[in-house]
Write a protein that binds this ligand. Sequence first.
Ligand code: ATP
Ligand code: MG
Length: 352
Amino acid sequence: TTRTTVTADVPTDVTSETTAPRKRMLTGDRPTGQLHLGHYVGSIENRVRLQHEYEAFFIIADLHMLTTKNTRADIDQVSANARAMVLDQLSAGIDPAKATFYLQSAIPEVTELNTLFQNLVTVPRLERVPSLKDMARSAGKDEMPYGLLGYPVLQAADILCVKGNVVPVGKDNHSHVEVTREIARRFNSLYGDVFPVPELVESEITTLVGTDGQAKMSKSIGNTILLADDAAAVRKKVGGMYTDPNRVRADIPGTVEGNPVFVYHHAFNDDAAEVADLEERYRAGRVGDVEVKEKLAAAINRFLEPMRERRAEYESQPGLVDEIIVEGTERTRDEVRAVTAEVKKAMGITGT
Ligand code: ATP
Ligand code: MG
C-alpha cells in the first residue's frame, strides 16, 4: 500500500502564530453510533495531530443525521451517541482543554447560514456529488430527499460558520469539502472577502475496508471494530474477518493486496518486521489465517490499549463529557453569531 499524506499548510512562523489568531480546524461526525477504526484512520488521527497547530472545533452533526435517519427512535439516540463520540475522541487523544465540541442543532445560526448559502450553488452541481446517491441508496430511499441533496451546503455552513481553515475527513467527504470551497469563493466574489477557502486534509488511508471485506467500514453496516471494543471483542471480530476467499488451505499461496487482514496489519501493526514476515509466508503458502489473525488482534489491542487507559480516566469523572459539550456549544454559538452578523452585513441584509 502506498502512503501519501497531503498536509495542509502548517504555520511555520512562530512570531506570527503568537500574534495572529490561530487558524482553525473543523470536522466531526454524525451521532449515529460509536466511533471505529475507519473514523480513526480517515479523520481522528489527523484531528489528534493537528490539534496542536490549529484551534479545533469538532461538530456533533445531528442535523446531518436527519438526512438519512429521522425517526423518533433515531433522534432519541442522539444524546447517548453524542456523549459516546466525545468520549471516543478524548480516548483517542483529543485534549479537552484545547478542543471545542459542539452540538450542531443547538446553534440555529448555522441553519441561517445554510439558507443564505443555498443560492451560491446549483442543483446540477449537487447532483454530481457522488456520496449523496450512495447515502440515499444505503438508507433505502428511492428518491433523493431535498435535505440530503443539500447535505454539502449545510456542511459548508458548518465549516464556514467558524471560518474553518482545514478540514480533515475521509474519502466520502472529499467532494463535500470541494463544494464548501466553491461556496466560499462564490460568497467572497459576490460580497467581499469574508471567508477563508478551507483546505481538505487527506488521510493516509482515505477509506478503511470493513471486517467483512466491504469497501467501507461503517456503523450502519455493522462491519466495524470500535475504539471502545475490549480485547476479547477485538479477538472475536478479527477471528471472523474476511480474508482471501480463494485460499481454502494454509499451504495455498494467498493474495496480500486488498486483503482486509493485511490492510489492517499495515494500518495498525507497529511491528513492521512481523508484517513483512507474515506477508512473505502468506504469499508462499507457509502461514495459516489463524496465525495472521492472532497477530493482528494482538496488534490492534496494542494500538487500542492507551485509548482504553485514557477512557477509564475520563469515565471516572462523571459529568465531564456533558460539561464539555454544553460549554463547547455555548462558545461555538458566540463565534457563529459573530460570523453570521458579518455575513449579513457583507450581503447588505440589515433588517431594516
Ligand atoms: P454513517 O454510517 O452514519 O454515515 P459513518 O461511519 O460513515 O456513519 P460519519 O459520521 O458519516 O461516519 O463520518 C465521520 C468521518 O469519518 C468522516 O470524515 C468520514 O469520511 C470518516 N469515515 C467514516 N468511515 C470511514 C472509513 N471506513 N474509512 C475512512 N474514513 C471514514
Ligand atoms: Mg457517513
